[in-house]
Design a protein around this ligand. Structure first.
Ligand code: NAD
Length: 293
């Protein structure tokens, strides 16, 4: 078994971006500026956003955080989105999900200027990705693709099973794994909460990508000997032995599955860190206008 070490790979990517930014700014380019909108006081969302902002500082981006109370109205949030759309200094921005229930996430995502949509959630970016056109790829799937690439994992002709069909992970992941380039060219099966024989389907996967949000759901009964296992799940579970009172768990039972797999991502220290790299890469592309003029 080999560990797909998100910590090491993301450190390498961040240092490449840092160097790229320094050269770009030295040659007269604008310093990249990423903004984030955070609504409410969800602990996990606060941690993710703080980590994104910290990463911006590390690599030489400007960052802005706009915080709103959970009772903000949809119209007020749309106004905030519009102000970032119109702010010429902001190259890209994200609206941290999930949003409070009274706000339509789809409506907010569609209001983001697709040219600044560095999370890759806008229908124009999703549609262009499906057609194989240049687009901001959704940050988590992008991070996973980059991880497979940097570990030189063979994907052509492999059976890739994705657990979960969410718009931000499972669905775009399945599209990217079947496209006609590397990493890709897999035969993809996408599974979800209504899938029958999930265990049997997963057991036939050469590459198993797990994104369902149920801690330690995947045990060796779901995994073929020698499979590549990518664990996207991040769930906080109570743990009185930790200072914070919780531990972070993935969707895969790492201790049991690691000995069966050929490659596996840990949680924490795996896909989460790669997601941030996806976001930073997209922001740099936005600054350089590499995808949209
Ligand atoms: P989601 O709740 O939107 O989707 C979950 C999916 O899993 C659904 O499509 C559902 O049909 C499927 N599912 C649920 N129960 C199932 C079951 N028993 N069998 C098969 N399929 C089942 O979740 P999401 O936003 O895709 O996130 C999934 C997990 O990934 C969460 O733990 C989330 O915190 C984590 N996540 C991590 C990152 C990261 O950067 N590492 C990014 C996004 C999400």
């Amino acid at each position: 078994m080999q560990l797909l070490d998100g910590k090491a790979i993301s450190a390498e990517i961040k240092s490449e971006i840092k160097q790229d930014v320094a050269e770009w700014v030295k040659s007269g380019g604008k310093k990249p500026h990423l903004a984030a909108i955070l609504v409410g006081a969800d602990g996990a969302s606060q941690t993710y956003v703080a980590s994104k902002i910290r990463s911006c500082e590390e690599i030489g981006f400007t960052s802005t955080l706009l915080k709103f109370d959970a009772d903000i109205t949809e119209d007020e949030l749309l106004e905030a989105v519009n102000s970032l759309n119109n702010d010429e200094d902001v190259d890209g921005f994200i609206v941290q999900l999930p949003l409070p229930k009274h706000i339509s996430e789809n409506r907010i995502m569609e209001a983001v200027d697709y040219r600044k949509d560095v999370d890759g959630f806008h229908p124009i970016n999703v549609g262009r990705m499906c057609k194989g056109l240049p687009a901001y790829l959704s940050a988590t799937p992008f991070g996973i693709i980059e991880m497979l690439k940097r570990a030189s994992i063979e994907t052509a002709g492999k059976h890739c099973v994705v657990i979960g069909r969410s718009q931000i992970v499972g669905l775009p992941m399945s599209i990217l794994m079947q496209r006609n380039e590397y990493p890709g060219n897999c035969t993809v099966t996408i599974t979800h909460s209504r899938t029958k024989n999930l265990q049997e389907i997963c057991k036939s996967a050469d590459i198993l990508i797990v994104a369902l949000g149920r801690p330690e759901f995947v045990t060796p009964d779901y995994v073929k000997e020698g499979a590549v296992v990518i664990d996207v799940g991040i769930t906080r579970v109570e743990d009185s032995s930790k200072k914070s009172g919780f531990a972070i768990k993935g969707d895969v039972n790492f201790a049991q599955v690691a000995p069966v797999s050929s490659y596996i991502t840990p949680v924490p220290g795996g896909v989460g860190l790669m997601t941030i790299c996806g976001l930073l890469t997209n922001t740099l592309k936005a600054t350089k206008k590499e995808i949209y003029a």
